[in-house]
Design a protein around this ligand. Structure first.
Ligand code: AMP
Ligand code: MN
Ligand code: MN
Length: 341
């Protein structure tokens, strides 16, 4: 069943959850603020209702989310538990819920290694990606929402849920980061209202601002300077890259490249930007951003990726130079086809 509206989905999701005992919440690989906020926002609520809840990310959390209270409740998946914060999938789980995950394959190794486990349990998907294919038993997919956290807020409201300051902080983190602090075109009246309601419910806005925006690691700044020195422009498109050599030379973390994506997306006079990030395995992650009127989700989909019309991503085969050429050709065509954007 596919719902595109939280109010309509609320009774069905509540009915499915009602007779369950142990809920496993999973989000996408390389989780962002919206992914972490979604795990905590919904996870803490269900815990409050008396369910056993396991919150799981396929890979470690970004630094800026780690000081959120309860962020240490989120475990990182491991096929066999290695460190105290890693976890394999508990047998007692009787419901799996994917949040902020546009495609089941975006849970990466969990999808590849746990097919039988996942197939044996009902699946609920709650997401805001237009490219979501809706593979759950119940799917709530509302692409009009700025963030999955905004959608979850609507769902909690429909359930008349008690929103604690901790839940409010988690949800506000997702709305703030997915709208790039209320700058993107999906910053709708509803997103702003949700944020206002969450601040009223006790969300720690100051903590989010400090951790997300005033906490950039020194090494990330050095990586930004290297990436910006390689910035290129052709017409209304600008792009640059981050290689493994660049990353290692300054000791930057894997998620540091996101700062480059954000920086170039804010340049004026452009219609689309691309950051090409060389991964350890030689594959290339591209992060695309665009102005309204240019659909970069469609560009990403041509390469097996997805996302939103104005912010999308995909993984390409290396080497870097070839990945850049292939993607830029498609991106240029998309920009040329929309001269009025
Ligand atoms: P990013 O460029 O990683 O910040 O991602 C921008 C948006 O595109 C996010 O909503 C992601 O969930 C989505 N996205 C990024 N990479 C992929 C991918 N390989 N497949 C599907 N969606 C993606
Ligand atoms: Mn996300
Ligand atoms: Mn999101």
């Amino acid at each position: 069943m596919l719902y595109t509206n939280a109010e309509q989905a609320a009774p069905a999701i509540a009915a499915c959850v009602k007779n369950k005992r142990h809920i496993l919440l999973i989000t996408h690989v390389n989780p962002d603020g919206d992914a972490v906020g979604s795990l905590l926002g919904l996870g803490l609520y269900w815990e409050q209702c008396g369910y056993e809840v396991t919150m799981l990310a396929p890979t470690p959390l970004p630094i800026f989310t780690q000081r959120l209270r309860s962020a240490d409740r989120i475990k990182v998946y491991s096929q066999a538990p290695v460190y105290s914060n890693t976890l394999t999938l508990p047998e007692t789980v009787d419901l799996v819920v994917l949040v902020d995950t546009g495609d089941v394959q975006r849970i990466a190794r969990i999808y590849q290694e746990q097919q039988a486990y996942l197939a044996a349990r009902p699946l609920i998907i709650i997401d805001h990606h237009a490219t979501n294919s809706g593979e759950g038993l119940i799917n709530l997919v509302d692409p009009s929402r700025s963030s999955n956290c905004e959608l979850l807020y609507e769902l909690l409201k429909a359930w008349a849920a008690q929103i604690t300051p901790e839940i409010a902080t988690a949800l506000l983190m997702g709305i703030t980061t997915d709208t790039q602090s209320f700058k993107t075109s999906n910053t709708t009246p509803s997103a702003l209202r949700a944020a206002a309601d969450l601040v009223e419910a006790g969300a720690d806005r100051a903590l989010i601002m400090r951790d997300v925006y005033s906490n950039i690691p020194f090494e990330t700044a050095k990586l930004l300077s290297l990436a910006l020195s390689e910035l290129k422009r052709e017409g209304a498109i600008a792009w640059t890259h981050v290689t493994q050599v660049m990353q290692r030379s300054v000791g930057a973390s894997d998620d540091a490249a996101a700062e480059v994506t954000d920086y170039i997306a804010n340049l004026g006079g452009l219609k689309a930007t691309a950051l090409f990030k060389e991964r350890r395995d030689g594959s290339v992650k591209v992060s695309l951003r665009s102005v309204p009127g240019i659909d970069v989700a469609a560009v990403a989909q041509r390469f097996g990726g997805g996302g939103h019309r104005q912010a999308a991503g995909a993984t390409l085969q290396g080497p870097l130079v070839e990945a850049e050429q292939q993607l830029l050709a498609v991106l240029k065509a998309a920009v040329e086809e929309a001269p009025d954007a």
